[in-house]
Design a protein around this ligand. Sequence first.
Ligand code: SF4
Ligand code: F3S
Length: 104
Amino acid sequence: TYVVTENCIKCKYQDCVEVCPVDCFYEGENFLVIHPDECIDCGVCEPECPAEAIIPDTEPNLDNWLELNRKFAEIWPNITRKGDAPSDADEWNGKTGKTELLSE
Ligand code: SF4
Ligand code: F3S
């Protein structure tokens, strides 16, 4: 599966949702997640993310983010159409320490 990671927080560009062939993105207030059981590993979302927040789970040290994607995919609503990114998305792109800003 592919995993949405920290740099999506407060960027939430949503370009990813438009390209997913199985519509497996779920939307929180300031972050999106991928349902790990629904993702078919096609990889087309990865280059679409302007924040480079989408990473394959074959990369090391992604366990926490994978669990977080799984947890919120069960709770948050499905999203299939791109909405407006936050007006200050570009200012947050690349900032570190965003994990604690994630809105549940
Ligand atoms: Fe969807 Fe493919 Fe990205 Fe998985 S890798 S979330 S199936 S676009
Ligand atoms: Fe987030 Fe990137 Fe999608 S910032 S909403 S994972 S396009």
